[in-house]
Write a protein that binds this ligand. Sequence first.
Ligand SMILES: O=C(O)CCC(=O)C(=O)O
Length: 205
Amino acid sequence: MQIAPGAFHFRRCLSLERQRAIADRCRELVDGAVPAYVPVVRGGGKMHVRMLCLGRHWNGKTYRYEPTRSDFDDLPAPPLPEEFRRLAGEIAASAGMSLDADLCILNYYDAEGRMGLHQDKDESAESIAAGLPVVSVSIGDTARFLFGGLKRRDPIEAMLLESGDAFVFGGPARLRYHGVSRIAPSTAPRELGFTGRFNLTFRRY
Ligand SMILES: O=C(O)CCC(=O)C(=O)O
């Protein structure tokens, strides 16, 4: 369903089976050899998620992408799994857009997880100018997602992102402010076998 020009919310578009496969992969990754961590951002505050970047690392201190995690442990960002890249392309296509993702920011939210209102604007100038979409996939607990305008003070719409939902924003919506105000604990489908929420945002640098 189109929310605004360039912004689409696809409810429950992923079957439980696919959600489960994604959740299992995310769990392996966040506790793998290059684990997720809680970034400390520019102003010195801690983020309220555990983050793991795949394909390219987003540095929370410089707000730039880099191959290794120079703000944390200098480990290289793990590659973006091929099945994730395909999934992002498939979802973008259902919004009538095209995305050959080369990176994913995978965030894990516990019951206290949240993310302040921000724009995704650290990808290359070419990617942003072309309006290449950000494709977001939610797995696990429901989130209260905020979607605003191109200016921080523009009106904000709140919506629920549930497990198996996808949200796409590209074209004229690419730089719209967004964030997560709260998580509804214990709302994840029991079949997924974990608590909390994974959110994957696929982008092209
Ligand atoms: O968790 C979400 O739904 C949004 C994540 C987000 O805004 C981001 O990774 O930039």
